[in-house]
Design a protein around this ligand. Structure first.
Ligand SMILES: Cc1cc2nc3c(=O)[nH]c(=O)nc-3n(C[C@H](O)[C@H](O)[C@H](O)COP(=O)(O)OP(=O)(O)OC[C@H]3O[C@@H](n4cnc5c(N)ncnc54)[C@H](O)[C@@H]3O)c2cc1C
Ligand SMILES: NC(=O)c1ccc[n+]([C@@H]2O[C@H](COP(=O)([O-])OP(=O)(O)OC[C@H]3O[C@@H](n4cnc5c(N)ncnc54)[C@H](O)[C@@H]3O)[C@@H](O)[C@H]2O)c1
Length: 486
């Protein structure tokens, strides 16, 4: 080994989750921390996922909202946003670089780490023993804790010819540079729905979605997926349920770089209800993600180097009290805000253990991972949800009451006379508390936090009745739904 260094805390993976774990573990103390990062500080979320996807969706969503209102409608006559300007905005948001040395500029994140007293070690981190991480020819030792925050990678199913065709994954769709004319999208989850929206906004002429199930967004209330399907069809998508990709042929697949066409046309054979043969310019695979556990040295500890690195509610790996796993890699939730929540809990646990304090109190337990996971899907219409769906609550044996209906209040009418939204609340009748909520419609993403607060706080419905929504806002839908439950 060329060099040996030690820190109190060593984090492998400098995504949003790893950054927060390091910060909370040393904040306000004289402990030291290092983050080992082999690509870009800021992780998937900043350059390849959340930030570019929302930058690509924003202009189309704003245009549609402008079109909903008399007055702005007359000034928003173009059918699509300006594609070049949208890509430019995406580049601004992600700090994309137009050179071969690096894909994006992560200096802002490195500066943040510097300011927080965290050392950034560039390179691939692998555990080689208890509290020991190897980075190239350097051995980095942790006195207190090692945190695995390596995230996840896009899964590509083993369809004949698919991997050989070098299909696009979410990294290409978010870092799109060349706009394909004809596309097929495999999957009907969040990435597929959001990406189909911005790809059609950017001018993809023909887009077929091959979905093996019978609806979009299968983990949400059925009405959410139905409304997104209607909207995508209106944008021109050909949605084929009960359909899988059976085989792909592309003779000249080329690794031309993220966001560029990876070769000439591909022939895609679809099987099932939407069977047929398509010739497309690009294939987008949006079939879920795999935890990044394959090359982190977990086998040196007798742990599986495949699948999620599971943890207890202190985010600690059972049998290894010095080892923590947070974010996508632990398989609990694939969401930035939930990973960052886990990082705050893990950081507090590491600090308490380092200072010899008991783990008394809820701040040391990631309880919300089980009961109150909020998510906003930035499609048109926007979908936001938290907690259990009606079906999930029934499956959990809860005595369920549901209130639901269209969003038709003064606040929504003022966003457009043809505003169309829908919402539902799922209630545990025995405990008189909310256990789930879903809102669909423009500007409903901001409503979900109120439902999250009600679920986490276990606020009785009789008390929630006294939380008065302001007039005229979309929040007045709360009043309509609570009225049904009185
Ligand atoms: C297209 C898309 C859009 C999304 N949009 C949203 C959204 O709007 N909201 C939301 O909440 N979530 C969204 N997500 C999910 C979100 O991106 C992830 O949940 C989040 O990035 C997880 O953060 P993380 O820090 O756990 O992992 P990552 O962001 O993946 O970071 C892990 C880091 O670890 C590094 N690394 C891995 N292995 C090693 C190693 N051995 N040595 C050194 N470094 C290593 C990687 O280079 C990376 O920087 C989206 C996902 C996708 C694909
Ligand atoms: N706005 C947000 O919060 C946001 C945005 C994008 C992604 N994400 C997160 O990123 C994660 C990944 O998103 P995703 O859409 O890739 O995954 P997903 O799990 O949401 O959806 C995967 C889709 O692929 C299909 N699929 C999986 N394997 C298949 C196979 N072998 N053949 C055919 N179809 C197959 C599934 O049926 C499903 O429709 C999700 O957990 C999501 O929550 C969040």
């Amino acid at each position: 080994m060329v060099g040996e260094t030690s820190y109190d805390v060593v984090v492998i993976g400098g995504g949003p989750v790893g950054e927060n774990a390091a910060d909370y573990a040393i904040r306000g103390s004289d402990r030291t921390a290092a983050i080992v990062e082999h690509e870009l500080m800021g992780g998937e979320c900043s350059y390849w996922a959340c930030m570019p996807s929302k930058a690509l969706l924003g202009p189309g969503n704003a245009l549609e909202e402008a079109r909903s209102l008399a007055g702005s409608r007359e000034r928003a006559s173009a059918p699509n946003p300006d594609a070049d300007a949208v890509l430019g905005w995406r580049d601004t948001v992600t700090g994309r670089l137009d050179n071969s040395a690096a894909t994006h500029d992560d200096s802002g994140q490195v500066q943040w780490a510097d300011g927080a007293g965290i050392e950034v070690i560039r390179g691939h981190g692998r555990i080689v023993g208890e509290k020991q991480v190897r980075v190239g020819d350097r051995l980095v030792t942790a006195r207190e804790a090692v945190v695995i925050a390596t995230g996840s990678t896009a899964s590509v199913p083993p369809v004949p010819g698919l991997r050989e065709a070098l299909p696009w994954t979410s990294r290409d769709a978010t870092n799109i540079l060349e706009i394909p004319e004809r596309m097929v999208v495999l999957g009907g989850g969040v990435v597929a729905c959001e990406a189909a929206t911005w790809l059609l906004d950017l001018g993809v002429r023909s887009l077929v979605m091959a979905i093996r199930g019978d609806r979009l967004l299968p983990r949400m209330e059925p009405f959410a997926g139905e409304r997104v399907a209607d909207a995508l069809r209106a944008l021109g998508a050909d949605i084929r349920f009960g359909t899988t990709i059976e085989a792909v042929e592309r003779t000249d697949a080329t690794a031309s770089g993220y966001g560029r066409l990876h070769g000439g046309p591909a022939v895609v054979r679809l099987a099932g209800d939407g069977a047929g043969e398509l010739t497309v310019d690009e294939i987008l695979v949006a079939a879920g993600r795999s935890p990044a556990t394959t090359d982190v040295g977990l086998d040196s500890l007798g742990l599986a180097a495949k699948g999620p690195l599971t943890v207890d509610d202190h985010l600690t790996v059972p049998g290894h009290p010095w080892l923590y796993s947070v974010g996508d890699v632990n398989g609990r939730n694939v969401l930035t805000h939930m990973g960052k929540y886990q990082a705050r809990v893990a950081g507090d646990v590491i600090a308490a253990r380092a200072e010899g304090r008991d783990l008394d109190g809820s701040r040391y337990v990631a309880v919300s991972d089980h009961a109150a996971v909020p998510q906003v899907v930035f499609t048109r219409p926007e979908i936001s949800s938290v907690g259990l769906t009606h079906a999930q609550a029934e499956d959990a044996g809860i005595d369920v009451r549901v209130a639901e209906g269209g969003i038709s209040v003064a606040g929504s009418y003022l966003l457009g006379s043809d505003y169309s939204g829908y919402a539902s609340l799922v209630v545990d009748a025995a405990r008189d508390v909310l256990v789930g909520a879903t809102f669909v419609g423009a500007q409903t993403g901001e409503l979900v936090h109120s439902a999250t607060v009600a679920i986490v706080g276990e606020v009785p419905l009789s008390r929630l009745w006294h939380a008065v929504p302001s007039y005229p806002t979309v929040s007045e839908v709360w009043l309509r739904l609570l009225d049904q439950l009185r």
